[in-house]
Ligand binder design. Structure first.
Ligand SMILES: *Cc1c(COP(=O)(O)O)cnc(C)c1O
Length: 373
């Protein structure tokens, strides 16, 4: 059997990530290979760290990109900061919060769940109540932008309350990173991770991660060994550190890091303020069109994520049929509902490269066309 090269269909990716790549990012991917300890490559990694610090709004020395997707950033945060027996409050208001609970339990930590309805933000009152009841809690974890529902939770307030009770704070910012404000230092977040394929519009498979000095201190004072070798950040640090003594830990996905460097460069060049505004403007344009078509948003206005728009599927339309028509007739991918929202909602992502009028209009036109059939 002779195989032919894979021909990629040209899709417009308005789901929950990946997104279409910036053309500059695609070009960066196919640069000639270099060694992962090559001095030029190492220099570039230092720039990656420095650009990540700006985009996370942090001075944290430990700011890197993990060589694996967002889920690995999540797991790295938990395996490094949580020890067996540690109490961890996990705020769950969607699918990804549920995965955090799984992480805590697999480590042998005790997960205390602050549960909120899907489609609503983390309740600050419930969090504080839980902290009062469990004063020995070590860590509070939450999802800033719940991609499964399109909700933004108040990261600043969550961190403030958690700090009052002496907890470290883990924030999932996979979908929020560069799409809405994340002020790591100002808000006092201790472990913040993201993914490369959402609002950065880079290739999937990398997870930006930053740890505060307090988080590093906790890691250094652990009683037990970190049970994951690959995600033990004390080992990775020697590879990413700027002290010139780079040592081999694993072979970095070199080309993906070329692409990441380019995506970060574009983001820094545009500036955070402009990125946030661009996402917001795309959202308003989409909302106007969806309102005209009488769609209902899942999330109340003040908690909506501009980059992840959840809408109810109107009565009488078949989820799979409509999404197949969008894909086959218009090359347009939108996100399906996950978990308890499966078959009930659609999620329209306007992330990074696609946070622009042209993508919004294409989406609205395609939807109109398909729904009228
Ligand atoms: C996408 C996503 C993840 C997981 O990222 P992967 O790159 O798919 O592993 C985690 N948390 C949130 C909120 C996400 O949106």
């Amino acid at each position: 059997m002779k195989y032919s090269s894979f021909q990629t269909p040209e899709r417009r990716l308005l789901g929950a990530g990946p997104t279409n790549l910036y053309p500059e990012v695609s070009e960066a991917l196919i640069r000639p290979e270099v060694g992962h300890l090559d001095p030029k490559f190492v220099e570039m990694m230092d720039e990656v760290k420095s650009m990540l610090r700006y985009l996370f709004q942090t001075k944290n020395e430990f700011t890197i990109a993990i060589s694996a997707p967002g889920s690995a950033g999540m797991e790295a945060s938990f395996v490094n900061l949580v020890e067996p027996g540690d109490k961890v409050i996990v705020c769950v208001n969607g699918l990804f919060g549920g995965r955090m609970v799984e992480n805590v339990e697999r480590i042998g930590g005790e997960a205390i769940i602050v549960d909120d309805e899907w489609g609503t933000p983390v309740s600050l009152d419930k969090l504080e109540e839980s902290l009062k009841k469990n004063p020995d809690t070590k860590v509070v974890a939450f999802v800033h932008a719940e991609t499964s529902t399109g909700v933004r939770s108040d990261a600043k307030e969550i961190a403030e309350i958690s700090k009052k009770y002496g907890c470290l704070v883990i924030a999932d910012t996979v979908t929020s990173f560069t799409g809405i404000p994340i002020l790591t230092d100002e808000w006092g977040l201790d472990a913040v991770y993201s993914g490369s394929q959402k609002c950065l519009s880079c290739v999937p498979g990398l997870s930006p991660l930053t740890f505060s000095d307090k988080a590093i201190e906790k890691i250094k004072n652990r009683n037990s060994k970190i049970q994951s070798w690959f995600l033990d950040q004390t080992l990775v640090l020697d590879y990413w550190s700027g002290q010139g003594k780079r040592s081999y830990h694993h072979t970095a996905p070199i080309n993906s890091i070329f692409a990441l460097h380019e995506a970060l460069r574009l983001a820094c060049d545009e500036t955070l303020e402009k990125l946030w505004n661009r996402h917001l403007n795309a959202h308003f344009r989409l909302k106007e069109g969806l309102d005209e078509m009488s769609f209902n948003f899942v999330v109340d206005k003040e908690y909506r994520l501009p980059q992840m728009n959840s809408i109810y599927i109107p009565d009488g339309y078949d989820d799979l049929e409509i999404r197949s028509m969008l894909l086959n007739d218009f090359n347009l991918e939108i996100g399906a509902g996950l978990g308890k929202f499966s078959g009930k909602i659609w999620r329209i992502g306007l992330m990074g490269y696609n946070a622009r009028s042209e993508s919004v209009d294409y989406c609205l036109d395609s939807l109109k066309n398909v729904l009228n059939k």
